[in-house]
Design a protein around this ligand. Sequence first.
Ligand SMILES: [Zn+2]
Ligand SMILES: [Zn+2]
Length: 402
Amino acid sequence: MKIKFWGARGSIATPEPENMHYGGNTSCVEIRTAAGEVLIIDAGTGIRKLGLSLLQDPHFSRSKKGTIFLSHFHWDHIQGFPFFVPAFIPGYHFKFYGQFKMGGRLEESLRGQMEHAYFPVRLSDMQSTLEFHEILEETVYVGDTIVTSRYLNHPQGCFGYRIEDQDGIVVYCSDTEHFPNTLDKKVLELAEGADILIYDAQYTEEEYLSKVGWGHSTWNEGVKICREAGVKQLILFHHDPTHNDKFIAKLEKEAQSEFPNTIAASRELELNLQNKRSLSPPSAVELKTHVYLPGELEERGDILIIRAPSSLSEFSSASYREKVLEQITPRFNHIVVDLEKLKNLDSAALGTLAAFMEKVQKIQAKYYLYRISDFNREILEISRFTHFLTILDDLSILQKTS
Ligand SMILES: [Zn+2]
Ligand SMILES: [Zn+2]
């Protein structure tokens, strides 16, 4: 999965020389999925140059299609679309997704900004096929890529999106305001276990004090989300129009001192996400994660791999147990619990392992534990678990037999 930032500025474009490193264009992110699908998140002024770049791309010129996810309809997220050249060319096909609102806001927002009072060309003059899908909080598929929407805390509403394919998970949460003394559950849900979180870091904590209710957040809150949700990399996004390069660089450094794997999105920054999953060579794995859980579930043929979350209390919670038990179904012959992140099992966690074992026996599958710490090995032996299951050191043995 490749991610490219065509616009990272919030609120309004800022094409001044002192902003050229982080860039002046407003929100637009391109995502090329592992399968080569073109996904575009938001149509701020950055989409103009993205359109020109797409027309140079042989793959896109052949497929002639893209999917555009709009977070919401504020100017800085739609304003570039009238300058998106591919939309004018017959034969191209763009599918839009955005929030369902009474009165068809998705298409109307794009049509309205191109009415003759504001713009010489109408939306209906665009010769490509434009398709509009209004969605609620749900999951849609673009080929194999799974995109999930959740509401964010922003005036007039906004969507955050979680995009996952076999390369990994990237989450876009721009235009969102945090809540006092608690983390936003929707943001946490989207961000759970993500590789990359693109987060609204418009204000400093001092600035925020006078902007409560404006719908934006700070890098400090982004760091809290990353820690809680186990996100690997934080991208600061939606830079304030009054913050120049020097200032954003300072914020980036401050954020890095708290969460080292942080970058402020800069002009045409490119990220390449290719999860090097240690379970087997990435090219051979077909990963599908449909269920939101702490940790992860992975299917590979008749093998179900349950990757335990790093938190003991999560692993032992009734809700986690129930959700995983639902997934242990007779279509699997091998159930593997990967304990890499959970190095110190306690009695409650053993209860979860026992509950899984019961279900595994019911469906007559085989039960394995994988990546066990020395501490866990000892606990499992003392508690006689090892009589009933196999400890695996190498997952490929399983793949050969199945
Ligand atoms: Zn915005
Ligand atoms: Zn907004």
